[in-house]
Design a protein. Sequence first.
Length: 332
Amino acid sequence: MRWQLKSFILRQLSVMPGGKTAYLSIQRILGTTRPQPRRDFIRAIELIELIRETGQQIEDTTCYEVGTGWHPFTPLAFYLAGASQIETVDVNPWLSLDSARKAIETAEQHLDWFCESLSLDKHEVWKRYRKIELRAKTLSQLLETMNTRYVYPGDATNTPYPSQTFDFVVSSNVLEHIPAEILKNIAKESWRILNPGGLAVHRFNPGDHYANDDFRVSTGNFLKFSESQWKPHGSGLAYHNRLRCSQYSRIFREAGFLSLIEKTRVDERVLQDITNGMQELAQEFREFAPADLASDYMWTVGMKANVNTENDLPANRDYIVQQTPKHRTGNA
Ligand SMILES: C[S@@+](CC[C@H](N)C(=O)[O-])C[C@H]1O[C@@H](n2cnc3c(N)ncnc32)[C@H](O)[C@@H]1O
């Protein structure tokens, strides 16, 4: 589909009454809300691997997820890996009893692979999986059996939790959909609700999402538009903040986080277009480094480093900044 057509449809749905419900129905018809357990487990595994890279573990930890989406694969993965409490919030009501049930059912045939990927004890993971009450009558009852609570509408900038409640604040494919000012407040609130040494762990896609459906354009396509030109295409249901990786980095540092891991994936086609002068750049993007502009994925871990001495830092001091990711992430 041409990206301009998709932008037009999303724009209409964003402003018409009942647009969100219509959007959900269209997604269902197109099959885009079908659970994709392998893909979504991979994304959750990446979050867990990032945590482990810092020397921390999931067993008996508490986790806050921003942006649940249609299927609770991140909470499921954290529960199966041993987390004792997972709170997951969204500003849209995409998750339902039916979608959660389907996702958890489809996860079953990938469980052995999931355990092997994370070197988890299969016996323990299967035991946890079997504890999930798929016949529960409500979504909250179902999620409760996997130590999870879903909050909709949830405001990650202003949570009801006391300071120092969670070990991790995580998200997958969400931060690019949040305006910079809200993101700054989410980063500050994350810092508040995290325990000392707690981690903000995020993976997201800073590239132009229209490139997923229209192969005529690249993930750098939106860089040629000024803020006002982009607005009609990147608002409402199609919102994308167009922030570059260096800007995310600054937001978390300014909220007080110590950056432990930052990895980015560069779209070589976009990089080449930029260096050859083939990618037009709007004024607001001209000051960025080409690799920053061409990045189409980022993985970041910031620690609430309430540290006074070197000894307070986590065991694994081998911090990783700007490595080529070994991750298996696909698009969007
Ligand atoms: C692309 S979906 C990703 C969902 C899920 N994390 C996944 O990986 O499948 C982005 C989700 O972020 C949610 N979202 C956007 N802004 C948000 C905010 N400020 N707070 C919480 N969730 C938000 C959207 O409603 C949507 O469900």
